[in-house]
Design a protein around this ligand. Sequence first.
Ligand code: FE
Length: 195
Amino acid sequence: MSGDHDDAVISRQVRLLESLLEDKGIVGGDTVDEVIDGFLAGASPLNGAKVVARAWTDPAFKERLLADGAAAVAELGFASGGVQHQRLRVAENTESVHNVIVCTLCSCYPLRLLGPSPGWYKSEAYRSRVVREPRAVLAEFGVTLPEEVRITVWDSSAETRYMVLPRRPAGSGDLGEAELAELVTRNGLIGTALV
Ligand code: FE
């Protein structure tokens, strides 16, 4: 797979750069690890849930989120990518459209907002089947959609990551932003759950 291959090449280049920086005394031996650990420690589906709750309660934020996801989540303190700039496209579920994300090539994923990706997301079965038969795959996750609801599958790339904006559950009108965020699950952000 070219994605894994690219990853291996990038890993080698990063290690080389890291040792050069250390040899020149530009960064200390542990600095790079600390930065990466810090990034991963901040990666959680709670972040994506906060973004969703804000979008549900603040229409102007939702508009910005759908127009430019990376800029909007940065407002909440969440950088969407790591070192390189990545576009974040947020796909909104509606009465007539349900969105699902995948990376058919490898396992690209908006890590910061969704946390470490689940094993099934990286599996060959999910990556190939969700494109061919999304309705059947969703049913296996317990999501059965009416026939008239169109399913859109978003295929990630190195430059663009996707996140689903689930529909706000009926009857949640009284809940505040923090309580709303608690309703949102990682699978809801992938599209393999309704919320
Ligand atoms: Fe990928």
